[in-house]
Ligand binder design. Structure first.
Ligand SMILES: [Zn+2]
Length: 234
């Protein structure tokens, strides 16, 4: 069944504040308050509706000043709005916007740092000299024989795969075909998962070194090189 869900944002004109000197055009002008209303409807029935932002528009020059949702509610309630009231709301909204931008860039900076730390750890662990493409193909097609494990020096894991595979073949001989099929299915999924991990450069060989492509190695080395903005911080 299709349930129409709609999320909307619209501007609704509120009251008009008379005669305030505009910092932009200098005229003593009327200001229209605008509220931005966001909400959602499910099957055309509103389930929530809220003021998400507010603005004051100079009717002389058309400049739109942000006042925020708080500012809108405050000014909409007030009987007499003075120039100071309006400007205080504008300043508060601009401050809030600046704080949000700062928080955003701080989050981005931290994410970048975490990312380069991760890549630095890969560089410290080292790169495997084994070919990524070979390992991916072996994992995809010869997982039951433990082929990519042997290729990457993981003898125990390789023998484990081989042992389980031989066991499942014996089960087939004993007419336990369901067991054999189940084991082979597990191998298929396990092989695909390994292939993806190897392909994305998340897989380590028996020395703990990462199996990467030339492109991945280049990109990781490029991102862990000291850059201009890192040296600026020091
Ligand atoms: Zn104006």
């Amino acid at each position: 069944m299709y349930i129409p869900v709609r999320i909307f944002t619209k501007n609704v004109k509120g009251k008009t504040i008379p005669a305030i000197q505009c910092p932009n055009c200098g005229h003593s002008a009327d200001y229209d308050l605008l509220k931005q209303v966001s909400g959602a409807t499910v099957m055309f029935i509103p389930i929530f509706r809220m003021i998400s932002d507010g603005f004051a528009v100079c009717q002389s020059c058309g400049t739109t000043f942000p006042i925020g949702d708080k500012g809108y509610k405050q000014l909409a309630k007030a009987r007499n709005v003075t120039t100071q009231d309006l400007f205080a709301c504008i300043n508060a909204a601009i401050d809030k916007q600046k704080q949000a931008e700062q928080a955003q860039s701080e989050i981005l900076r931290q994410a970048e740092q975490a990312q380069s730390q991760k890549q630095l750890n890969i560089v410290k662990a080292g790169f495997s000299d084994k070919k990524q493409t070979v390992a991916v193909l072996l994992a995809l097609f010869l997982k039951p024989f433990g082929a990519h494990h042997f290729y990457l020096g993981q003898m125990r894991l390789g023998l484990l795969c081989l042992g389980i595979f031989v066991g499942s073949m014996i089960a087939a001989l004993m007419a336990l075909l369901l067991v054999t099929i189940f084991v082979l299915e597990v191998f298929i999924i396990w092989g695909i998962v390994d292939a993806f991990r190897i392909g994305f450069g998340k897989y380590r060989d028996s020395d703990g070194k990462y199996v990467v492509s030339d492109k991945q190695r280049y990109s990781i080395l490029l991102h862990t090189m000291p850059t201009a903005h890192q040296t600026q911080d020091d």
